[in-house]
Design a protein around this ligand. Structure first.
Ligand code: GUN
Ligand code: ZN
Length: 441
C-alpha cells in the first residue's frame, strides 16, 4: 500500500468562520506532516523527525501553505471559449456567445479535447473538485467523466436539460432529457470518484414538464446531485415571473418541481430575499457564490453574509462560473468576492474566503465527509500554495505577520501561479516545476 507524506505549514477548517470566532474555526500548524495512505489522509501532526517512519517519502514545501484542494461549486466546462466575451448581460450573452459555443459539443472529439484542457486548467489552479455543467449532448458528459476518471478526481457533472427557448441542436425533450440523464447516472454515478448531477439549465429553458421530470429523476436516485441557476439577473427574473405566473418566486418554481433539498446547488442567488434564504436553509439547499461572473455580466452583488446568517445559515460555496466568470482560479474568485462584500458594506476575511473555497464548498456539495479538510479519513486532495511564487507575492507575503494576513494577501494577489503542486487522492497530478521531464502533467 502506498504511503507518503507532505510537509509544510498547513491550514484546515474545524468549523465555519462565518458562525464562530476565527480562532475556533481554523486549525493551523507551522510545520505539519500530512501522512497519506491508499489515497486518504491518515494523520496530520506537527512534524517531528524522531517519529518519521524510516523510508517514508516526504514532499517538503518550506515556503508554502498546504490546504485542502479547492472546491468549485459551479462551472461550465464547455464555456472556456467564451471567457471574456465582450459587452452583454446574461440573456444576450447566452444567445450571442454561449449557445453557439455549446453547439460544438455535438462533436465527441471536440468534447474530449476541451474536457482534457479543462481538467488540466482546474488542477493547475489547485481545484480538485467541481460541480460541472456539460452541454445538452450526452457525449459532452461522457468526455468529461472519462477525463476525470483518468485523473481520479472527485467530480460532479451532468447533462444540461433544455427543452425550450434555445436554438435547434441544443434542445432535448422532457422524455429524451430524462432518459439520457438516467442512462448517464447508471453509467457514471458512483463509478470511482465520479458523481452525477441532474442539471436543468434554468427555469426559462425548461418547460413545466421537463422540470417535473427532472424532479422525478432526482428523487429516483438518492445520492445524486442537482444543479441549476437562479435569480442572477433582473431581466431573467422578470422572464421567469412571466413564464410561471402561478409561482410565488423563482425559487418556488424549483421547489414546486421537487428540485430543492440536500445536494441541490443553486448558482448566483444575487437577487434573493429573506424568504428565499429561509427556504434554502429549511430544505438544506445550497448556494454557489460566483463573484467574477456576477461582476463581469453586470448581474449584481451576492450578499454572502446574509446567506450565512447564524439563525438560518445557508450552505454556501464559491463558483468560478466560467465562462460568465473570468477565471478558473479560486484565489482570483476570492479576490472578487472580497470586493463584492466591500460593495455590500461588509468585509470577507481571509479565513472566511479560504473556508468558502475548501470546507464551505464541500459542505455546499454535501461532500464534507470526504473532501474539503485536512483530517484523518478524508480523501487526500491537496493544494500547495507557494508563498514565494512571484517577486510580488514573495515581497508582500514577507510583510504578512499572521496566518490571517497571509491568507488574505494570497486571496487578493494570488492566482494559478501560486499553486506549486496539486495532489489527487494522494497522487501528485500537477507540479508547477514539472516532474523532471519538463512535463507538468
Ligand atoms: N443562466 C442560464 N445559463 C447560464 C450560463 O450558462 N451561465 C450563467 N452565468 N448563467 C446562466
Ligand atoms: Zn453558470
Amino acid at each position: 500500500m502506498s504511503v507518503r507524506a507532505i510537509r509544510g505549514a498547513a491550514i484546515s477548517f474545524v468549523d465555519d468562520p462565518f458562525l464562530v470566532e476565527p480562532e475556533a474555526a481554523l486549525a493551523y500548524r507551522d510545520d505539519a506532516l500530512v501522512v497519506i495512505e491508499a489515497g486518504r489522509i491518515v494523520s496530520v501532526e506537527d512534524y517531528d523527525p524522531a517519529r518519521l517512519p524510516a523510508g517514508m517519502p516526504v514532499d517538503h514545501y518550506p515556503d508554502a501553505i498546504i490546504c485542502a484542494g479547492f472546491v468549485d461549486t459551479h462551472v461550465h466546462f464547455p464555456q472556456m471559449e467564451v471567457i471574456g466575451a465582450f459587452g452583454t448581460q446574461l440573456l444576450e450573452w447566452l444567445d450571442r456567445y454561449t449557445f453557439p459555443a455549446e453547439m460544438k459539443f455535438a462533436d465527441e472529439a471536440y468534447s474530449r479535447r476541451v474536457a482534457r484542457l479543462f481538467l488540466r486548467e482546474l488542477l493547475r489552479a489547485g481545484t480538485t473538485t467541481a460541480s460541472v455543467f456539460c452541454t445538452v449532448h450526452p457525449q459532452s458528459v461522457e468526455a468529461f467523466f472519462a477525463e476525470s476518471e483518468r485523473f481520479n478526481t472527485r467530480m460532479i457533472a451532468g447533462k444540461v436539460l433544455m427543452d425550450r427557448h434555445a436554438p435547434e441542436g441544443l434542445r432535448d425533450t422532457p422524455e429524451s432529457g430524462y432518459a439520457e440523464s438516467k442512462a448517464l447516472i447508471e453509467r457514471w454515478h458512483g463509478r470511482g470518484r465520479q458523481l452525477y448531477a441532474v442539471t436543468p439549465r434554468f427555469a426559462p429553458t425548461s418547460s413545466d414538464a421537463q422540470l417535473a421530470a427532472a424532479g422525478r429523476l432526482w428523487r429516483e436516485y438518492p445520492g445524486v446531485h442537482m444543479q441549476t441557476h437562479i435569480a442572477e439577473n433582473r431581466d431573467e427574473i422578470a422572464w421567469v415571473e412571466a413564464l410561471f405566473p402561478e409561482r410565488k418566486s423563482y425559487l418556488d418554481v424549483y421547489d414546486h418541481a421537487g428540485l430543492t433539498g440536500p445536494r441541490a446547488i443553486f448558482a448566483h442567488a444575487v437577487h434573493f430575499d429573506e424568504d428565499d434564504f429561509c427556504l434554502c436553509h429549511r430544505t438544506g439547499s445550497a448556494l454557489a457564490h460566483c463573484p467574477t461572473s456576477n461582476l463581469f455580466l453586470g448581474s449584481g452583488l451576492f450578499r454572502v453574509f446574509d446567506a450565512k446568517q447564524a439563525e438560518r445559515p445557508v450552505r454556501t460555496g464559491l463558483g468560478t462560473d466560467v465562462g460568465g466568470g473570468t477565471s478558473l482560479s479560486q484565489l482570483q474568485t476570492l479576490n472578487e468576492a472580497y470586493k463584492v462584500s466591500a460593495m455590500n458594506g461588509t468585509r470577507l476575511t481571509g479565513l472566511q474566503g479560504f473556508y468558502l473555497a475548501t470546507r464551505g464548498g464541500a459542505e455546499a456539495l454535501r461532500l464534507e465527509d470526504r473532501i474539503g479538510t485536512l483530517e484523518p479519513g478524508r480523501e487526500a486532495d491537496i493544494a500547495v500554495l507557494d508563498l514565494k511564487a512571484t517577486p510580488l507575492v514573495a515581497f508582500r507575503l514577507a510583510a504578512a505577520r499572521t496566518v490571517h494576513d497571509k491568507l488574505f494577501a494570497l486571496m487578493t494577489i494570488g492566482d494559478d501561479r501560486v499553486v506549486r503542486a496539486t495532489y489527487v487522492a494522494g497522487d501528485k497530478v500537477y507540479d508547477r516545476e514539472g516532474f523532471g521531464d519538463g512535463e507538468q502533467f
